[in-house]
Write a protein that binds this ligand. Structure first.
Ligand code: NAD
Ligand code: MG
Length: 351
């Protein structure tokens, strides 16, 4: 299954079992002037898939070097970017050469940022190997790293030259990370696609994985095409994220994982929407059932009294207001700019 994302520049997304091994021929066709590639991956993914990808690149004639970083979010920092620049320099990457990100969202965000800034921008190819990176982070061109002061504070928009999604790589992904990605999958159903949501509720997604990934990527594609630089509509992708991020923050990023926190965030904002008459009654309950089905929690110890102050740091805030994403019902979402002062009343808590 193929999709084309019409951004500046446009690029193809291929979703196909075994497509990792096509990287060489596809890169050759896409980047005919390229001679060298740096393949970036982490310590978990390297032993699983590096050889397939490296062999495919070398068979197509690219001089390929591999740069491996320690797996995990704690690697997503400027020190790692510095190491990538060293790897690019040693490989003598020129403007016509390219980088390849083989791994999850951490690898894609870092490799993309290094590629966006090396020689003021070289092409990079995404080979996402987690469910989250396949349905979300590998598409849309957001790249960057964390600072001690906060997540994703430094970054650039840099669209990939190509995205190859091989659903077979998910067979080695630990269940907890698969569930994490399902948080974002359920999000797409909630904001845009009732049919996707209903199918997730009715059938086990493992039976139609490629189709599920395709549906999610296609929704992200449409949203990104209409708002490439995240100044408007792209905010709907943040459904569940304002309170989800707040939850991750109050737990000092050592508690619930992102997908789990977003699941609870989706539930909380939908319960708030129902109470405020913005969301059809019974919507939160439907979301709770699907979250549970895919191993995501539906409750947390933290109350809204604790979470609301922590939303002040949300990236989607604009000064004295916060952009909240509500559902009208399953499949229909809208953005509402709420003045901070009105937030407690809307959420039914004491200011
Ligand atoms: P991750 O990259 O850390 O991968 C999760 C874990 O799975 C890691 O331990 C990794 O080594 C392992 N792994 C990856 N693929 C595997 C496979 N096929 N088999 C076995 N193990 C495998 O995390 P993630 O959840 O993929 O991504 C999270 C990151 O993505 C965060 O930094 C987040 O900020 C970012 N993100 C970016 C965007 C964007 O638009 N750029 C969107 C959403 C999230
Ligand atoms: Mg997310």
């Amino acid at each position: 299954m193929n999709l084309t994302v019409h951004t500046q520049p446009s690029y193809e997304i291929i979703i196909e079992s075994g497509c990792l091994s096509q990287i060489g021929t596809r890169a050759k066709a896409l980047l005919p002037a390229a001679e060298r590639a740096v393949l970036v991956t982490d310590t978990n993914v390297a032993p699983l898939y590096v050889e397939t990808v490296r062999c495919a690149l070398e068979a197509a004639g690219f001089r390929t070097s591999v740069s491996v970083f320690p797996a995990g979010e704690q690697s997503k920092n400027l020190a790692s970017i510095s190491s990538l620049y060293t790897a690019f320099a040693e490989a003598e990457l020129t403007r016509t050469d390219f980088a390849v990100a083989l791994g999850g969202g951490v690898c894609g965000d870092m490799t993309g940022f290094a590629a966006a800034t090396w020689l003021r921008g070289i092409p990079f190819i995404q080979l996402p190997t987690t469910l989250l990176s396949q349905v979300d982070s590998s598409v849309g061109g957001k790249t960057g790293v964390d600072l001690p002061e906060g997540k994703n504070l430094v970054g650039a928009f840099h669209q990939p030259a190509l995205v190859l999604i091989d659903p077979e790589t998910l067979t080695t992904l630990p269940a907890a990370y698969f569930a994490d990605g399902m948080g974002e999958v359920i999000k797409y159903g909630c904001i845009r696609d009732k049919a996707l949501f209903d199918r997730l509720a009715a059938e086990d997604c493992r039976g139609w994985l490629s189709e599920m990934i395709y549906t999610c990527v296609d929704i992200k594609r449409q949203v990104v095409e209409r708002d490439e630089h995240d100044t408007g509509e792209r905010a709907v992708l943040n459904f569940g994220h304002t309170l989800g991020h707040a939850l991750e923050r109050v737990q000092h990023y050592g508690g619930l994982s992102h997908g789990k926190a977003v699941g609870i965030g989706m539930l909380l904002i939908t319960q708030i929407g129902e109470k405020a008459g913005l969301t059809e009654a019974g919507t939160a309950e439907k979301i709770a059932v699907v979250l549970q089905k895919y191993g995501l929690p539906t409750t947390c110890a933290e109350t809204l009294e604790v979470l609301l102050p922590a939303t002040a740091h949300d990236k989607k805030s604009s000064g004295s207001s916060v952009n909240l994403i509500f559902l009208k019902n399953i499949g229909t979402s809208f953005i509402r700019k709420v003045p901070r002062a009105e937030l407690p009343a809307l959420c039914g808590v004491q200011p």
